[in-house]
Unconditional design. Structure first.
Length: 534
């Protein structure tokens, strides 16, 4: 037990160091961790980590899917529902179909059911990998919204394909007619289960006297409970988690009423998802020697060849599918023509951003080792090895070349987008006006100097925002002024933090009050930096 705990802690420490190194050399950490995992597996004496497939699937997938659903904008999702649906369902099923028949023809002894199993594993791109690579690059907002929406749904559709293919391999029987009916039943009842379970957690958060710590703990428990509840009734646990996450996210303003709760929950989830995303890429490296040794009659060279061919197939199928999805609806739908034309650049970026990642890895590792007490699962290690090759090729090759493609195409915004600082000024003006309206209703305003000072401060804030917006209207090219203003404010915040540290050493104020001041500085800085430092 002590050795396993030490191994896990050592692995976590290595992951953190590798991520810091990736940031230093300016490489997206999923790419770097895949390379590092491969390197770790080649070090003599590194222990081979044998993991229970069911545990991998259960531990990693529910929170990853729930977090993706939580941060999905419903308005953006609904706005781009057509391309998202065509990618998340149409492309997943097409990729699974092509991979199934190609692998059956390519690999001796590979059945069609095993082909669909492999297709279901490698068909969904990973949003974390794509958004991490795209971070800091100038890409249209539409591109990010479609990639994130696609990732949310394609995980569900691909895992349902995987589930039916797995059942076909285990039982030796498969009927397309029955599978289609079961697909809608399993997915639909998974959604019902997820929404029903989310209502229960909504009531707990809303009506019981929870604390910020309890709220954060409940949000971590929610995806696991939703997943297990749906799977208990043989429904789709994935759809339960996704639908429950969307519902809870939509009602978040009602159930998390204090800033402390929201900040605490954000910190917990950022840490949890970061560790899971980072850890799962290194885990495959530790299992790789055992997987290679179990390839059986398939040699390492053959396994690499099969994996490279499947990688080329999934890349080509995505690129061939993305252009019809982008343009054909504009030919047949008047509503689709109202949106700005995506041209050829935006589909190219979306097509090339189809990097596979955590979900494919966790799904492959979840394949059972044994079909029954006497029979091993056929070609399990080969399927996992090919999955690793697909992840490696799409993540490293496409991930490293994607920034170059973006720079060469010089892609700009397609849709009209209001700058972030202009939106923030407009939002704050509405909030300040609402506060003044409420203060005007209070009888104590004229007699209470504190309330009167608050009203004056709010009025001054409104004037400041109005002047800011007016200056933007008079001169739209004020990027340098805004950068200089932000730099000065960040410098001031840095000096104020040093002053707070000095106050702490002087012991003139309590630590609690100093921490409150530090939190306020953090919130003020967040208004400028957004979430890019999280």
């Amino acid at each position: 037990m002590h050795e396993k705990l030490l191994l896990i802690l050592g692995l976590l420490l290595i992951v953190m160091l590798l991520v810091m190194l990736a940031q230093r050399i300016k490489i997206a950490y999923p790419i770097f961790l895949v390379l590092a995992g491969l390197g770790i597996s080649m070090i003599p004496g590194v222990p081979v980590l044998k993991l229970d497939p069911d545990i991998i699937f259960l531990i990693f997938l529910p929170p990853l899917l729930y977090e993706a659903a939580w941060y999905t904008s419903w308005n953006d999702f609904w706005k781009w529902k057509r391309p998202i649906s065509l990618l998340a369902f149409g492309l997943v099923f097409l990729t699974s179909l092509v991979v199934a028949y190609a692998s059956q023809a390519l690999i001796p002894g590979f059945t069609l059911a095993l082909g669909f199993l492999l297709g279901g594993i490698v068909s969904p791109p990973d949003a974390v990998a794509a958004t991490t690579v795209l971070k800091g690059l100038k890409v249209p907002k539409r591109t990010i919204e479609i990639l994130e929406g696609e990732s949310l749904i394609n995980d569900a559709s691909s895992l349902i394909v995987f589930r039916f293919a797995l059942a076909a391999v285990m039982t030796g029987a498969f009927s397309m007619h029955e599978a289609a009916g079961q697909f809608f039943w399993v997915a639909g009842m998974g959604i019902v289960t997820g929404i029903a379970g989310a209502h229960i957690f909504y009531a707990i958060h809303r009506f019981l006297p929870t604390t910020p710590a309890i709220d954060a703990a409940l949000t971590v428990m929610t995806p696991y409970i939703l997943f297990l509840s749906a799977e208990h009734f043989h429904f789709s646990g994935v759809m339960a988690v996704v639908s429950g996450g969307l519902f809870m996210s939509f009602r978040a303003h009602e159930i998390f009423k204090t800033g402390t709760t929201r900040i605490n929950m954000t910190g917990v989830w950022n840490t949890l998802i970061f560790v899971m995303n980072a850890l799962v890429f290194v885990l495959i490296g530790l299992e790789l020697p055992d997987i290679i040794s179990g390839l059986g009659e398939t040699s390492l060279v053959q396994g690499i060849k099969y994996g490279l061919i499947i990688s080329c197939i999934v890349i080509i199928v995505r690129l061939l599918w993305i252009y019809p999805v982008a343009h054909i609806p504009r030919w047949i739908s008047e509503k689709a023509r109202r949106d700005p034309n995506p041209g050829w650049k935006n589909p190219l970026i979306i097509g090339w951003a189809g990097m596979r990642g955590v979900v494919s890895l966790a799904t492959a590792l979840s394949i059972p080792v044994m079909m029954n007490a006497q029979t091993e699962f056929p070609m399990r290690n080969l399927i996992i090895f090919m999955t690793f090759i697909v992840i490696f090729v799409t993540l490293v090759f496409q991930g490293l070349t994607l920034p170059l493609i973006i720079r060469l195409t010089k892609i700009g915004e397609i849709d009209p987008v209001i700058p972030s600082h202009e939106q923030q000024a407009g939002i704050q003006m509405r909030l300040d006006r609402l506060a003044i309206e409420q203060l005007n209703k209070e009888q104590e305003v004229s007699s209470n100097s504190l309330i009167e000072n608050l009203k004056t401060a709010l009025e001054n804030d409104i004037k400041l925002h109005q002047n800011h917006l007016s200056s933007l209207e008079m001169c739209t090219n004020r990027q340098n002024d805004m950068k200089e203003y932000h730099k000065i404010m960040l410098d001031i915040f840095a000096l104020q933090r040093k002053e707070l540290f000095k106050m702490k050493r002087e012991k003139l104020f309590s630590d609690d009050e100093i921490r409150k001041a530090e939190s306020q500085l953090d919130l003020n800085e967040l208004k400028i930096t957004g979430n890019k430092h999280l």
